[in-house]
Structure formats: C-alpha cells, structure tokens
Design a protein around this ligand. Sequence first.
Ligand code: ARG
Length: 465
Amino acid sequence: MTATRLWGGRQSGALNPAFEAFNRSLPFDQRLVQEDIAGSMAWARALKQAGVLNSADTKVLIEALEQLSQEVSQDPAALDASQAEDVHAFVEQALIQEVGEVGKRLHTGRSRNDQVATDMRLYVRKAGAELDQQLKNLIEALVQLAEREVDTVLPGYTHLQRAQPISAGHHALCYAEMLGRDAGRLKDALLRQDTSPLGCGALAGTAFPIDREALAKSLGFSSACANSLDAVASRDGLLELVSACSTTMLSLSRLAEDWIFFTSQEAGFLTLSDEVTTGSSLMPQKKNPDALELLRGKTARVLGAWTTLASLQKGLPLAYNKDLQEDKEALFDALDTTSACLEVASVCVGAASYNRERCLQACAEGHLDATDLADLLVAAGVTFRDAHHRIGVLVCAADEGGFELSQLPPDLTREHLPELADLDLAAELSPTRILERRCALGGTAPSRVKQEIERWKTRLKSWNN
Ligand code: ARG
C-alpha cells in the first residue's frame, strides 16, 4: 500500500515505491514515539499560552495525545503496521484520524526539524540516565571484585611482558577509574543536550509568540536553544554522546582483552563463570570467553557509529538536510550496544574469580623483583643508575644459571651485591613485600588499595547527587 501524503499540495501523484521505502524512517525512529507525543503535548499547551489555540481545542488535542500514548505503549505493533513516513507523521496522522479538523492545528508554527531535534534530546536524556546507572553497576561490581581480590598477587605487564607484581584489586580499580571518567564524559555530553530546540521551526524560528523558555522548562530542559539554525542543524551533541559511548567501549574492550588473556591456558589467572562462556561445536574441552570477545568486537560497532555521525556533519550546509535522518540508526545502535555491553560486563565481573596460586606462581618467574632489588641497592647508598646496571648484569647471570633473583646463591650475592649481604633477600623480594612497598598514593599496596576501595564506595553512595 502506498502512503497518502500528509503534506503534498506541492507534489502530484504517488511517490516512487523505491524512493518511498528509501525515504521512510518510521521503521527505526518509532522508538521516539513517546518523546514525540510528549513534545506535541507541550507544543499544544505553548500554542494555547500564545493565544493560537483555544482551550477547547487544546483539551481535545491533549486528551487525544494522551490516549495515543497509551495505545502505542499497549500495542507497539501499531507503529509497524503504519505506512507513515516517520514518527512525526505517524503521530500527526493518528491525531487527525482521532479528532479530525482540530488535529490539523497542532503543527502550527512547528516543523519536523525542531520536532526531531527535540525528540532526540528527550530520548538521549532517558537512555543516557540508563547508561549512567549501568556504568555505576559495573563500577560497583569492580569495586566488589577489588575487595575480594585485594590480597591476590597478579603479575602486572608492560609490553605484554611480566613487569612487576600488582594486587588484582588494584587491576580491577584501574577499570573503575576508567569507567568513572567515561561516566563523567557521559554526564557532560548530556548536559549539553539540556537545551530545547522546540519552537525553532524549520530553521528561522517560529512566527507565533511562543514563550520558548517556559516551553523548554515544561519538557524538563534547563533552557531553550538560543539560535534556531543551530537548534535544527546541529548534531554535535549526539556525536559527543556517542564519543562517551566510544570511550566506554574502549575501556570495556581493554578489560575484555586483559581477561581473555588472563583466562587463557597460557596465563590461567582468572576463571569466568560458565554463565558467560560457551563450548565449541566440535572440541568437547573448550570453554570459550565469548562474552569478553563480543565486548571487544562490539567496540568496533560503536566506533563505527561515531564515524557515521562525524562524517554526516562534515561540510553539511545549514540548516536541516535530510542527511541528518541518518543520525538515528547510528545513535540508537551505539546506545543499545553500549548498554548491552555494560550489562554483560557486569555479569562477567560479578562472577569472576582469580586463581591465586597460579597468579602467585607466575610472579615467581621472570624477575618481577628486579626493580625492588635495585631499590634495595639504592637504600644502601648506590645511585639508581648504577643499581639498574648492576641488577641488569645480574639478571643475565641468573638467566644463564637458571635461577631467579630471589634465589641468588650466597656466593653470587657476596660477589654482586655485597651491600645487601646481611639482608634476607627471599623475604625482601617476596611479592607481598614488593606490593607493600608501593603504599604511596596510586600504588598497588593492599593497604592503599583498601583505602581506594573505601573512596570508591563513598563515591558510589553519592553517585546520583
Ligand atoms: N525523519 C526526519 C529526520 O529524522 C524528520 C525531519 C524531517 N524534516 C524534513 N525537513 N524533511 O530527520
């Protein structure tokens, strides 16, 4: 069936069917229907305030819009069945069908251009608040993991080479820090979406005496957009939001990658719950970290959405152009994907457990104590550069002899480290001691990590303030 044109005085005949399908956005912008209805109700009231609509007509419109809101929430399939071009046309058509002539008054002084920009801002406010809660939940799960594993000694890596032992709790809190900043970016982006485009018309503003500030407040915005062209043509705020989704996904992808390695047989540091792993269709022994791999993989989608939104706006002339209809699928996909990933990441973190023995064992091989041995020399008065050199030479000797620095034979200690002859090197170089030494702010000492856990708990308590 071909849609009848809701506004078609200028055009004659039907749309080409291929173009009609190409042009339609209802299949994907229908999720804005409640926002479009809310914006329409606010607009009807603003028209009444401006003396454009009388009380009786306004009442009819509001009641019909309220009824439509209920109908579509009870029967979302009605949207799929509609032939309307987009969600704005859907709402207007439904209104006219319901109340007749009065319905035709609602679009006075308004355009789909200010409408769609308003709907999107209302939508991201809600979706953004959900993401914020999910970020909070994931951080909470990480803080709990940190609490469980604060004393677990994990090999820390640089260049994917074992470097120094760290607390597994410290590792978990690293992701809390990253995601905390992601949440900050999300909040910032939402703040800049907190102005209302409604009443800016197609591009030049509205010719009716609308109190736009009052209208903005009635929709929960802090203020009204100050420039009509900007209000209808700008999507930088959505880009910023997807940028916040992108950095969130980058954080998740790094956690995923760390943990994919940690759960490998090569490392064996971490065990994931069976809830989030899969088997192989062929190899009976497999326990694959699909959840983590998908977190890593879906990051690409969100980065793709960012690229789409940025490219859409490059060199786009003012004001509205239909190109901007393409913002929706990218935005929605980025929001949906990030949301699903945060959910699954929380499940993964909530049920992960470190294999403490195995982690400790891994810290015993590869001279993760070399820095501390150099530091001990420094404590004995040697300059750090000289100490670094001497321990470097000793590492070569240890590798040749097939022993670890902490097991240095006494004759070699006397020869290479006379300053440390009185020390119990095995104790001084134990992973526990190595961790404990790093108790300065930001360090991995369990005592310090415990303080950080407490700081995070306080921050989480006041998260919504
Ligand atoms: N569906 C359109 C969009 O998403 C709504 C705005 C249409 N405006 C227009 N002048 N054709 O951008």
